[in-house]
Design a protein around this ligand. Sequence first.
Ligand SMILES: Cc1cc2nc3c(=O)[nH]c(=O)nc-3n(C[C@H](O)[C@H](O)[C@H](O)COP(=O)(O)O)c2cc1C
Length: 192
Amino acid sequence: MKLMIIWGSSRQGRGGGVVSDWVKRHAEADGRLEVDFVDLRELNLPFFDEPLSPFTLASENKDYTNAEGKAWAERVGRAEGVLLITPEYNHGPPAVLKNALDWVGREWLDKPVAFVSYGSTAGGARAVEQLRSITIELGLIQVANPIHFFFYRQAFGEDGEPAHPGTNDNLKKMFDELLRLHGIFSASKNQA
Ligand SMILES: Cc1cc2nc3c(=O)[nH]c(=O)nc-3n(C[C@H](O)[C@H](O)[C@H](O)COP(=O)(O)O)c2cc1C
């Protein structure tokens, strides 16, 4: 399965690399996933700026006016599953991550989406709850059991692996579930 991993922090001096590196490393080592890792700082999308919503563009057979938006939608279109890694900014996801989601319409449809978050006292859980609502509206299929890192700087050892036993197993279960849902939804699409 082609898995797009999107890391939702783009700010200078960001700290969540320990989390995104851990997810990326395990996804690449899994053997079942072809990983497309998206660093939103590198992607550097402008703020959404289309005269029509992406879903309306598609239903009216129109094209993006922004080349960056079009290329981003095409890249999302090549993914078969999505894993969002988010910090928590003011009890929600960073605006840069919402913006990346807003740029795309039907390319999100029927793709499973899983969540890994990090923060301080709430481990990014409130950001994930908001992302659940947003991604339901975009037509993504929800994977249960997100992974939250509370006080994430202390949650990893020097080897870059989580200190809490069982976290690597939980990430493997997340990949299992992404693959299972992808199997179900791609089979039903083929029957339609
Ligand atoms: C604008 C801003 C708002 C924040 N709001 C929260 C918050 O609501 N909850 C929380 O747990 N941490 C919050 N934090 C602390 C972040 O969890 C911490 O800075 C983390 O390193 C952010 O991820 P990043 O460094 O990868 O961008 C906030 C940080 C910033 C910069």
